[in-house]
Structures are given as C-alpha cells and as structure tokens.
Design a protein around this ligand. Structure first.
Ligand code: SF4
Length: 213
C-alpha cells in the first residue's frame, strides 16, 4: 500500500467512526429528550443540551432522514433549557426581564404601528398580545413585539437585563434561547404556527410571568 492509500484509508476510517459516534449521540439525545417531553423525567439535561447544541445541524438532518417529527430536536432543546433555567429565572426580578412576542400573533385588524422598538400594541383587545401586555407591564416586565430576529438583537444590545421570556415557533424559539442562553431563557411554543394570526396558550405565558411573584 502506498503512502497516499494509507492516508485515504485512515481518513475513511475516521469518517466512519465519526458518523457512528454522531448516530450514537443522536440516539442518546433522542432517548433522554423523549423522557423529558413525554414523561417529564429529566436525566442528564446539561449533557444532552450540550450534545444537541454542538451537533444541531447533523441531528436535524438525521431526524429528517428518519422522517421523525421535524421539530423534535428544537422541542427537546427548548424543554431542557426551560427546566435547567427555571429556578434561577424565578429569582430574577420582573424589572430585569424582557419578554419577546412575535408580531404574527397580531389580529389581522391590528391598529398598532411599527416603531423602532417593534410593534407598539395599544391593547385593543383583538389578540392575546394585549392580554399578556396588560398582565406583564404592571409587574415591571419590558415587553417587545418583534417582527424578526434583527429586532431581538437590537433590543438585547440596548437593554440591561438578566432574564428573558420568548414566545415563538419551534426553530425560532430554540435559536433565540440558544442566543440568549446566558439570560436564563424561558420559552413558550406557539400553539398554532405560521406567518399570520398565530396562537399561543396565554395561560402558559402567564404561568411564566407569575412564577416570579
Ligand atoms: S391587542 Fe395589541 S397587538 Fe393585538 S391586535 Fe390589538 S393593538 Fe394589535
């Protein structure tokens, strides 16, 4: 065997070993993730979260290949982060906590306008945003209705805060929680996703808001 052939053989073996390792880690994460999602049993959350974060893209591809739930990886990550941050989150005052709501929750006849810090809700009563705003703001929360992730990044840079509540669809929420992982993120998934008139379980959001009281 020539030197080049030996190098190629070695590279091939390394690729195969890496692929097997990724599949084993995928199965490990799905097993512990499903325990959390289906039974609420939390085992090795930080290890599982680290693996999912590190191998996010290959895991999404494997899940797609196996025709698993398209949101499974994001949902596991969100649930684990909610669990591991919960205790610390409740100890941070509402005045140091931001809430991000997606603009797609708005009613089609929403009279609010877009301003430099996002949509300025007037609490007209047509959608759940107004309900959440009326409860959250008197407690000291800063609430933002954002049209996209660029607004989130801008608001994060302009504010001093220690915790965050995010409401979004599976992938957006997971990515927001990853981006803001140093701020004890708590996430609530939309019940109906899409680009327009989405829905959220308001009681789930209020549970997070009231968890500091
Ligand atoms: S409650 Fe606020 S966000 Fe919802 S439709 Fe009315 S003004 Fe728009």
């Amino acid at each position: 065997m020539t030197g080049i052939e030996i190098v190629y053989t070695l590279l091939g073996e390394i690729v195969v070993i890496l692929a097997i390792l990724i599949v084993i880690l995928f199965l490990f994460s799905i097993f512990f993730g499903k325990l959390i999602l289906k039974k609420g049993i939390v085992i090795l959350p930080k290890v599982t979260l680290f693996i999912i974060n590190t191998l996010y893209s290959p895991f999404k591809s494997i899940a797609k290949l196996l025709k698993l739930d398209a949101h499974l990886i994001d949902d596991i990550s969100i649930e684990i982060r909610n669990d591991i941050n919960k205790k610390k989150f409740t100890k941070i005052p509402a005045s140091k906590t931001l809430i991000f709501l997606p603009h797609c929750l708005r009613h089609r006849d929403c009279p609010a306008t877009l301003q430099k810090e996002g949509i300025k809700c007037t609490c007209c009563g047509l959608c759940s945003i107004g309900v959440i705003k009326r409860k959250a703001q008197p407690l000291g929360y800063k609430l933002y209705i954002v049209p996209g992730s660029s607004f989130v990044k801008k608001i994060v840079l302009e504010n001093r805060f220690e915790a965050v509540i995010g409401i979004a669809c599976h992938e957006d929420l997971n990515q927001m929680m990853m981006l803001l992982s140093d701020f004890c993120p708590q996430g609530v998934l939309l019940k109906k996703t899409g680009c327009f008139e989405t829905k959220v379980d308001v009681s789930e959001v209020l549970d997070k808001i009231n968890s500091k009281i």
